[in-house]
Ligand binder design. Structure first.
Ligand code: ADP
Ligand code: MG
Length: 633
């Protein structure tokens, strides 16, 4: 072969700043592109063999990545199809470079990075972004082919001549530039390889030349030491092992996968030693190809923010995490891997054209997830209920985000009660007043009053529950209504066992209204009296509507909404302090004492209703101490 020189008519000064800017944020891309090309080269040859157009028996298909820090090079070798001289001219000099040229022409004025990446992958060319010089040594599979050497320092001018490579396939040698030296670090490079190629379908080997030399030196030293001591030297030969797993679990037929394998795979994917709760193995051939496993993770605590991770692969090559075009937001709360070989990826692989196909994938996955949930609910309810605490934030978020998802899973939504039982909405009884608590500690007094009744109190204390309740009410107009336990005095809370008459009750409220207006500093407070099943002297009620308005106001910046108008204090006619207060009022004696009792009753009621501020708390504690002193005298 003659020496062949040429140049590509691209203006270096223009193109590099643009591409470098892009690569700066995703520099790893170069290794993904070069190794992907190696994998493509092997696939091409395999296909030719399969159709009888090539007659080769390869004992092993492989890609070898070698880093040599001293030489400053990274080499990627594959024993795939190789290239003839004509092919190098065509595919590298003309096509690969013309991609770069198009890129320059169309995008030199554009600054939107995403758009640039979206339209051009610069595959082979990306090697120049980290290299001062790139060499190709390649030998085509075609019988009698001659090997070709190609090199280029600028990415613009190249030289081609005869190579001395004797192995079928292609070596790409990248002489790493000063500003990309970090890739010469064996750990960093291996990590990057594992990120993209953990599941590459062809064996991938990694060698760090200096690391190997160190190992070899160690081995010799040990051997010599052993020899000096007169011990027998066992020569251990390191059999190189691929760093990847060519058969990820998702590629295995569903019927051959065991629970242990699913759990193990989860561990290797996420290094999460908490076992997943359950999983969905996706495996579709028609109308599109989609494989993958989605796991429902276990929450570490109830208030854990959900943070999923769904890795997207393209023919077992990693593309990106949480690709929002493929997965609805709430599905990204799951963990797992999906492989979509039909994705309309552009050459740069990381960007998707959002077309109908992608929507179909998304709809398919949503349906599978909903089917899994309702399936578990219908056939394995005990376990489903066990999982509920972990999966409910996901389900609720999904319902709030996607009406279709809600429609599919609504039958499988359950509510947990204060007695740790789970019921569907229909099983709860009167759905027009589903009592709930959002704070088991704060509202314990109210909850207690329901203790002996049939009324079920559901616990809705998650970060999404407020929205979720409103959503369920909105989806079931006139049918479902949630009321917090401290919203009203229900029949259940009343104690009709004694002989306290309505007259007595009216008398209490009439007598004490002014006093409680005073201690509450709220002119509009309603004062009522009831015989109640609690031992405490009074409870405070705030209607559900007012409380929600208040919460909304808080959320949207507290626009001066006052709750005062709608607060009720219900005095417990059965309570001794209330009775004592009535006595003191009747004979008009000991003004100071009756005030003290009033204040204390009010504070105790407020304490069970909402957190106290510092000032009130100080006063409450001081007063309590005073009462204790009085009691001790
Ligand atoms: P693409 O891979 O999308 O075709 P690239 O710029 O990555 O674009 O590569 C350009 C072409 O160079 C490839 O299509 C292929 O024909 C050739 N090529 C690159 N790397 C190899 C390789 N390792 N073995 C054989 N051919 C290769
Ligand atoms: Mg490529």
């Amino acid at each position: 072969m003659e020496n062949y020189q040429g140049s590509v008519s691209i203006n270096t000064e223009n193109i590099f700043p643009i591409i470098k800017k892009w690569l700066y944020s995703e520099k790893d891309i170069f290794i993904r592109e070069i190794v992907s090309n190696a994998s493509d080269a092997i696939n091409k040859l395999k296909k030719l063999i399969a159709v009888g157009e090539a007659n080769i028996d390869a004992d092993e298909w492989k890609i070898e990545v070698t880093v040599d820090k001293d030489a400053g090079t990274i080499t990627v070798f594959d024993n795939g199809i190789g290239m003839t001289e004509d092919e190098v001219i065509k595919y590298i000099n003309q096509i690969a470079f013309s991609g770069a040229k198009d890129f320059l022409e169309k995008y030199q004025d554009k600054t939107d990075d995403a758009q640039i990446i979206g339209h051009f992958g610069l595959g082979f060319y990306s090697a120049f972004m980290v290299s001062d010089k790139v060499e190709i040594d390649t030998l085509s599979y075609i019988e009698g082919a001659e090997s070709v050497h190609w090199e280029s320092t600028s990415g613009m001018d190249f030289v081609m001549n005869k190579s001395d490579s004797e192995e079928r396939g292609t070596y790409i040698t990248m002489h790493i530039a000063e500003d990309s030296k970090e890739y010469l670090d064996g750990y960093k490079l291996k990590d990057t390889l594992l990120k993209y190629f953990s599941f590459l379908p062809v064996n991938l080997y990694f060698t760090d030349v200096q690391e190997e030399e160190k190992k070899e030196a160690d081995r010799q030293k040990k051997a010599e030491e052993a020899k000096e001591k007169g011990e027998l030297v066992q020569d251990v030969i390191d059999v190189p092992t691929p760093i990847n797993n060519v058969m990820p679990l998702w590629a295995k037929p569903v019927k051959d996968c065991t629970d242990e394998e699913y759990k193990e795979f989860y561990k290797t994917l996420f290094h999460d030693y908490n076992e997943p709760l359950f999983w969905i193995h996706l495996n579709t051939d028609y109308p599109f190809n989609l494989k993958g496993i989605l796991y429902f993770p276990k929450l570490k605590s109830q208030y854990d923010t959900l943070e999923g991770e769904v890795k997207v692969y393209y023919n077992q090559v990693f593309v990106a995490d949480n690709v929002k075009e493929i997965l609805p937001e709430y599905l990204m709360l799951l963990k797992g891997a999906i492989d979509c070989p039909d994705l309309p990826l552009n050459v740069s692989r990381s960007f998707l054209q959002n077309d109908g196909y992608v929507n179909k994938i998304s709809a398919h996955i949503t349906k599978k997830v909903a089917d899994k949930l309702t399936g578990l609910f219908n056939t394995d309810k005990d376990n489903y209920l066990k999982y509920w605490d972990d999966i409910n934030p996901f389900i609720k978020f999904g319902c709030l985000k996607d009406e279709k998802f809600y429609d599919k899973v609504k039958e499988a939504i359950v509510y947990k009660t204060t007695a740790n039982e789970y019921f569907t909405i229909d099983e709860l009884g009167d759905t027009n007043a589903i009592h709930y608590t959002d704070d088991l500690v704060q509202q314990a007094q109210y909850i207690n009053m329901y203790k002996d009744s049939d009324v079920k109190i559901v616990v809705l204390n998650g970060p999404l529950d407020n929205h979720f309740m409103s959503y369920i009410e909105y989806k079931n107009p006139g049918k479902v209504k949630f009321v917090r336990v401290d919203a009203d005095v229900t029949e259940t809370m009343k104690d009709s066992s004694g002989d306290i008459t309505q007259e007595t009750l009216d008398n209490i409220s009439n007598t004490l209204t002014d006093d409680f207006k005073k201690v509450s500093a709220n002119d509009k407070i309603n004062v009522k009296a009831e015989s109640m099943k609690t031992s405490i002297p009074a409870i405070v009620l705030l209607s559900e509507e007012s409380r929600r308005m208040q919460e909304m106001a808080k959320m949207y910046g507290g626009l001066g909404f006052r709750m005062d108008d709608d607060v009720t204090i219900v005095l417990n006619a059965k309570n001794k302090s209330v009775q004592k207060l009535m006595e003191l009022k009747a004979n008009g004696s000991d003004q100071e004492k009756s005030e003290l009792i009033c204040e204390q009753i009010y504070d105790i009621a407020m304490l069970a209703h909402k957190p106290m501020d510092a000032e009130n708390m100080t006063r409450f504690i001081e007063r309590s101490a005073k009462i204790l002193d009085m009691f001790s005298e």
